[in-house]
Write a protein that binds this ligand. Structure first.
Ligand code: GUN
Length: 287
């Protein structure tokens, strides 16, 4: 039976470290790090995520600035708000909760956040810096996965790492991060031929394809480390990942549960990025 990778435990541990770092920062510079979160509309899942971010900020001593705009807001009005926050000294990090209503161009909105405050690390400058191996910010979910692997002392160097999914938010950046730790990385996706064959080679398998129970025990190598990034809601309302937990846990060495695996780490990494942003913004050597 696989050992569980417990994201709640790791998250609690890291949030304690972040809280004490925030306190030190306040004492040293007299500045409280601030995170502005913009929610457009009333999507129920996004509303819950934003509320959780707010709570987590308060827990570690970060100022949380919540901005709620109606679903009908004009793109230019949203961008004007972001431009205001870009120059607001009390705001170190800016996050626009995605997805946005269809009439708003996400790319234009993301690009309007100055890279120094882009704690999601979605801006092309931050994506580019990650590709070059010199990131200021690491996108939150992939950063959380790397923290989990580190906490459980999973060796990456020289290992076969297979990523299923090629999104800009998870698949592409986690592939880059595993590569930067000297993993041998394969990225699979919906058009990949013989996906099972690739998955079965993996020492570390990261699944972020958004399909419930996509990976089962027949698709993994005995002793693999399996990271499930999926958050899918079943008909009964319960959450399930992209991995069939029952069959995989019999073969894997480590597996992340859903919920309680990768999920809690994402917000923790957002807190970490906000503190990093605050630290960098007091330094003239940001770039
Ligand atoms: N919606 C789902 N995940 C994310 C995320 O990581 N950042 C933002 N801004 N929106 C999201």
């Amino acid at each position: 039976m696989a050992e569980l990778i417990n994201g709640k435990v790791v998250s609690r541990h890291l949030r304690e470290l972040i809280a004490s770092d925030v306190l030190k920062f306040k004492e040293e510079y007299g500045i409280t790090p601030g995170l502005a979160v913009i929610l457009v509309g009333d999507d129920p899942a996004s509303t819950v995520y934003v509320k959780n971010k707010h709570k987590a900020c308060l827990e570690v001593g970060i100022n949380s600035i919540e901005i709620h705009l109606p679903a009908t807001v004009a793109e230019d009005v949203l961008i004007s708000k972001i431009e205001e926050l870009n120059t607001d000294a009390g705001v170190n990090g800016i996050l626009v909760q995605l997805p946005l209503p269809k009439h708003i161009c996400e790319e234009r909105v993301i690009n309007s956040i100055i890279p120094e405050k882009d704690v999601d690390a979605f801006h092309p400058i931050n994506v580019g810096k990650l590709m070059l191996g010199k990131p200021d910010f690491i996108p939150c979910t992939p950063a959380g996965i790397m923290e989990l692997l580190n906490y459980y002392s999973v060796e990456i160097s020289g290992k076969e790492c297979v990523v299923i999914g090629r999104s800009n938010i998870v698949g592409k950046p986690i592939a880059q991060l595993l590569l930067s730790k000297n993993g041998t990385v394969t990225v699979c996706h919906s058009r990949t031929k013989n996906l099972t064959e690739s998955a079965k080679r993996a020492d570390i398998l990261v699944v972020a394809i958004g399909k419930p129970d996509f990976v089962n025990g027949d698709m993994i190598k005995p002793g693999a480390v399996v990271i499930d990034v999926g958050i899918n809601r079943k008909e009964d309302g319960k959450l399930t990942g992209d991995v069939d937990f029952e069959s995989v846990t019999e073969k894997a060495a480590y597996v992340t549960p859903v919920p309680g695996g990768v999920g809690p780490m994402t917000i923790t990494m957002l807190l970490k990025n906000t503190l990093i942003a605050a630290k960098k913004q007091i330094s003239k050597y940001f770039f």
